[in-house]
Ligand binder design. Structure first.
Ligand SMILES: [Zn+2]
Length: 162
């Protein structure tokens, strides 16, 4: 589920077809203004991204605050507002994830990091924290932070003597 992307021109035509009293110029102006706000990172008062189409009618707010529905269901959104800039293919963005289901960790842009793809340095194999589920998140963060470094350093390293 999610928004159905629609171009601004298509949406205006659709909207005008069902709202005969609407002024095309005025509608376009309000849509562009909401879209600009969206791209500038303007958020709803609740913290969510604004829903451009709804915001053009009622002022900047997110889909949930405007409609009372938790998720869009065949609702349209201007296409350029459905693509998150910098969102890498196959990665989930923190904003797209149900807040109660957020686990794992995210890079500075909010993209989820697949911990399976993080290289495990040889040092970790001899560490007491290796395979300790309580340490795994911290270990992965340490590894991820140094993924581009040639030397791996870890302050939590303790040699496993067993
Ligand atoms: Zn909201």
């Amino acid at each position: 589920m999610g928004f159905v992307p629609i171009s601004i021109d298509k949406y205006i035509k659709k909207h005008l077809d069902s709202n005969r009293s609407e002024n095309e110029k005025d509608l376009r102006k309000r849509l562009n203004s909401a879209l600009t706000d969206y791209k500038n990172g303007v958020k709803c008062s609740c913290g969510n991204d604004i829903w451009v189409i709804g915001s053009a009618s009622v002022g900047n707010s997110c889909f949930t605050c405007i409609t009372g529905e938790s998720q869009p269901n065949n609702d349209c959104e201007i296409d350029s507002a459905t693509v998150k800039s910098g969102n890498k293919k196959g990665q989930r963005h923190i904003d797209d994830i149900d807040p109660t289901k957020i686990a794992g960790f995210f890079d500075d842009d909010g993209n989820e990091i697949n911990t399976d793809l993080i290289r495990k340095p040889g040092l970790c194999m001899t560490c007491v924290n290796d395979n300790d589920p309580n340490e795994e998140l911290l270990c992965n963060m340490t590894r991820y932070d140094q993924k581009d470094d040639t030397d791996f350093k870890c302050f939590a390293y303790k040699k496993n003597n067993s």
